[in-house]
Design a protein around this ligand. Structure first.
Ligand code: ZN
Length: 563
């Protein structure tokens, strides 16, 4: 079914809640395992419809934040979501306490129940109002960012459309672009501070009510981190500092030399090559055509997936006024349809986004028949392997996107991924410290960002441009506002994705088969079990970090661009 034909019907609270209660009653009343399976099946089917309505409203609202109908529906859903969670958590509780739990575990695996136990710890009816407030604040941030209108060179542009100007050949244009964006952020700094302040407070309040010491533990549980803890993540950050920050420091020094500046400031940070950054060639339609060719040639499965997406209007990737300035893949389970949302702006990032979100979409498409629905998705650290590895499986087709810029694209892509590790560790440590001390003021937080930025991005000079010089750079990050502690998932997944990259260069067929093995496990394994089952490097082992860092270094030595 085409996206435009997918019918949205408001999941009315009273009706939905009553239906969940009835489904709960049936699960509790089951006298045999068979009855229990039948009752659960009915819940699974109904839940898919409710979830589909939630996701449809969210997608349509993010496509146009000024669409009054979907803005109202989104608001309604954000309001009733936590109320309905009470009912679905009761169902989870009934499953956990069911006399047929063993039979269910035998059928679906123990992990689903471990995850349900974890989910139980993230909710209690006492926090419903707080969850509603958290949802509202998160939407407020997204709406503010989507509403940004930047007056630049006689045009009115959104934040995504400003991207190409940060890469402009003319330093004066870059400087003006960076300053103009800074002005917009500074004009909204009070609102950005107060939204975040309220988010930290409400998240901490929820955590305390649920019996946690701080929001951090709750944040981990929300992200379904079921195979590693905070100490392991802290060690991972140390490893990044030791093995990857030096690589980016070196790459940034090379960049400065190439573009003829003494050091990298925020004005030049996005400008990597003296004759310009790599850009995709052709119109968005031509880029899409090549994307189609790429997935047709990659494998029969990817071909089927991409055609399904195109035929059913499941891509919305061009930037538009009032569209949210984010990129994501969402899923509409009742139509078994992934949906890819992005904001193309003519930079090489468009291709990374296309292949990244296609990785999420492909993995979901391949898992679409898995039952129960709960097992379709793994945690985000696993999902990001799907996405980041797909960026690398697309490499053999990059010439068709970038033409004579292909070599620069490869260099830029690797540099970006390695740079992301430093940024990820920075964003992660920042959040750990913030939620450990929720009483921090706005200026404390900015100071903290500056000091951590000096640790993880020592090369970066903020050039006295207020938004960055004041340590507000984190305020453009949707994950920090909307999905705390997510960012380190890109580091975890990135290490694994780079090992796919290395293997795909030696033996593409084996790498692709291994990727499909991983995708096939969907949400049935923890991150740790998954990397073990697929014989992939565990990023928590420092030796593996070193191994991957050495591989990257070796490639850079052979493929460096020092013109
Ligand atoms: Zn992703």
């Amino acid at each position: 079914m085409k996206f435009s034909q997918m019918e949205y019907k408001r999941p009315n609270f009273e009706e939905t809640n009553a239906k969940y209660k009835e489904l709960l009653k049936n699960i509790k009343a089951a006298k045999t395992a068979e009855e229990c399976f039948t009752a659960y099946n009915a819940f699974n089917d109904y839940n898919i419809v409710v979830q589909s309505m939630f996701n449809l409203a969210n997608i349509r609202k993010s496509l146009n934040t000024k669409d009054e109908f979907y803005a109202a529906e989104h608001e309604y859903i954000e309001e009733i979501g936590p109320e309905l969670e009470k009912a679905t958590q009761e169902i989870s509780k009934a499953l956990l306490e069911s006399p047929f739990r063993k039979e269910m575990e035998d059928a679906w695996g123990k992990l689903m129940f471990t995850n349900l136990e974890m989910e139980q710890k993230t909710f209690s009816p006492e926090v419903i109002e707080d969850l509603q407030e958290e949802n509202k604040l998160s939407t407020e941030w997204a709406d503010l960012m989507a509403s940004a209108v930047i007056e630049f060179e006689g045009k009115q542009l959104n934040l995504s459309k400003m991207g190409p100007y940060f890469q402009n050949l003319d330093r004066e244009v870059r400087k003006k672009a960076v300053n103009t964006c800074s002005d917009w952020f500074m004009a909204h700094s009070e609102q950005l501070d107060s939204i975040f302040d309220a988010l930290v407070k409400v998240r901490t309040r929820i955590a305390k009510k649920l019996g946690y010491e701080s929001f951090t533990e709750l944040g981990y549980h929300r992200l379904q981190r079921n195979s590693y803890d905070q100490n392991m993540v802290a060690k991972l950050r140390e490893g990044i500092l030791k093995y990857f920050v030096p690589i980016t420091t070196r790459l940034k020094a090379e960049q400065a030399k190439r573009i003829g500046v003494p050091s990298i400031t925020i004005v030049d940070s996005g400008f990597s090559y003296p004759d310009g950054n790599p850009t995709p060639k052709g119109t968005p339609d031509e880029i899409f055509e090549h994307g189609k060719k790429m997935y047709a040639e990659l494998s029969p499965e990817t071909s089927k997936f991409f055609n399904f997406m195109v035929d059913n209007e499941l891509f919305d990737v061009l930037t538009k006024p009032n569209k949210e300035v984010i990129a994501y893949m969402d899923y509409i389970p009742m139509h078994k349809s992934p949906f890819i949302f992005a904001n193309f702006n003519g930079t090489s990032e468009d291709i990374d986004l296309l292949t990244h979100e296609a990785g999420h979409g492909y993995a979901t498409y391949m898992a679409k028949d898995i039952y129960p629905y709960k097992l379709l998705f793994g945690p985000e650290d696993v999902a990001e392997i799907h996405a980041m590895a797909m960026e690398f499986f697309a490499w053999p087709w990059m010439e068709g996107f970038f033409g004579e810029d292909t070599k620069k694209y490869y260099h830029n892509h690797i540099s970006t991924i390695v740079g992301l590790f430093s940024y990820g560790a920075l964003a992660d440590e920042f959040q750990h410290l913030i939620y450990a001390k929720p009483e921090m003021t706005a200026s404390d937080r900015n100071e903290l960002w500056l000091s951590l930025s000096a640790k993880y991005r020592p090369w970066l000079d903020t050039a006295d441009i207020p938004f960055w010089a004041e340590g507000r750079g984190w305020q453009e990050n949707d994950h920090i506002y909307q999905c705390p502690f997510y960012y380190i998932d890109y580091c975890l997944a990135g290490v694994v994705a780079l090992s796919f990259w290395a293997l795909s260069q030696r033996d593409f067929k084996t790498a692709w088969a291994k990727y499909n093995q991983l995708v096939g496990f969907a949400g049935t394994k923890t991150f740790m079990d998954l990397v073990e089952a697929c014989d992939l490097p565990n990023p928590f082992e420092p030796d593996n970090l070193k191994l991957v860092a050495d591989m990257v270094l070796e490639w850079i030595e052979g493929n460096g661009i020092l013109q």
